[in-house]
Design a protein around this ligand. Structure first.
Ligand code: CU
Length: 251
């Protein structure tokens, strides 16, 4: 009883000052996970991801570096297979042993969540929704996504694997070449080959810069204003080109 009262009091103060409550070390079922992404296809890419599961909402943050510059990067939570990344040196069925996305499906499974930006959809069908994926060699992505009970549980259980895609394999400066993608035959293979992979494991460290806000607002405070999120992403992309692209597409 006393304990309950004290926790309620703490929650109230945290809500008052707008602090996230999930600041302490994560326990096994806290719904907080992290992933360290390492390269596939000799891409030189790396990254860190954080996920926080709250009911059917998954708040995901992803920071990347060393990705192919000036090119869009499909990115997903994969679920299935052995819930793991392939060996970084694994050779695939693409030209010169390039690892195609499906080559490692036994390891990381299929696309369960597409990590698009607003207003992109987030299901498996949006796996190659190129215009709504982040662009550039280093970027920060953040979005709260609604998922099914099963996907939420799988991610919480540590079965999710983050995979980012797109590698300029031949160094031409763009996605091209004769080989076509195993995910979409209209795209060059280079646009969808895996660039980096990381297994979402129960967290040792909390999400930086205030994760999911848990108190205070009448809506639950999980949704980020779309304009703010897009603005942040646009800055990360080097704004102008991204915004110009958007303006064109709304004409
Ligand atoms: Cu993927």
């Amino acid at each position: 009883m006393m304990r309950t009262t004290r926790i309620a009091g703490l929650a109230a103060s945290a809500a008052l000052v707008g602090l996230p409550l999930a600041a302490g070390p994560a326990s096994a079922d806290s719904g907080e996970l992290t992933a360290h992404l390492t390269q596939l296809n000799d891409s030189g890419a790396s990254g860190t991801a954080w996920a926080e599961v709250d009911g059917n909402q998954v708040h995901i943050k992803l920071e990347t570096s060393g990705m192919t510059a000036k090119a869009p990067h499909a990115q997903h939570v994969h679920i299935g297979g052995q819930s793991m990344c392939p060996d970084p040196d694994m050779e695939g069925t693409g030209p010169d042993g390039a690892l195609k996305t499906t080559d490692a499906a036994d390891q990381y499974g299929m696309v369960a969540v597409s990590l698009t930006m607003e207003p992109g959809k987030t299901g498996p069908k949006a796996a190659v929704d190129v215009p709504n994926f982040p662009t550039g060699d280093s970027y920060t992505y953040e979005r709260t996504i609604e998922v099914s009970d099963q996907v939420a549980q799988d991610i919480k259980d540590g079965n999710g694997v983050i995979v980012t895609h797109g590698v300029d394999l031949d160094g031409s400066g763009t996605y091209d070449g004769k080989a076509m993608s195993d995910l979409d035959p209209k795209l060059p293979l280079e646009a969808t080959v895996p660039a980096a992979c990381g297994e979402l494991d129960q967290a040792q460290m909390s999400m930086p810069e205030g994760g999911v806000e848990t108190g205070g607002s009448s809506t639950g405070g999980i949704e980020y204003p779309a304009a703010l999120t897009l603005g942040a992403v646009a800055v990360g992309l080097g704004g102008a080109g991204f915004l110009a692209g958007r303006r064109k597409s709304t004409r």
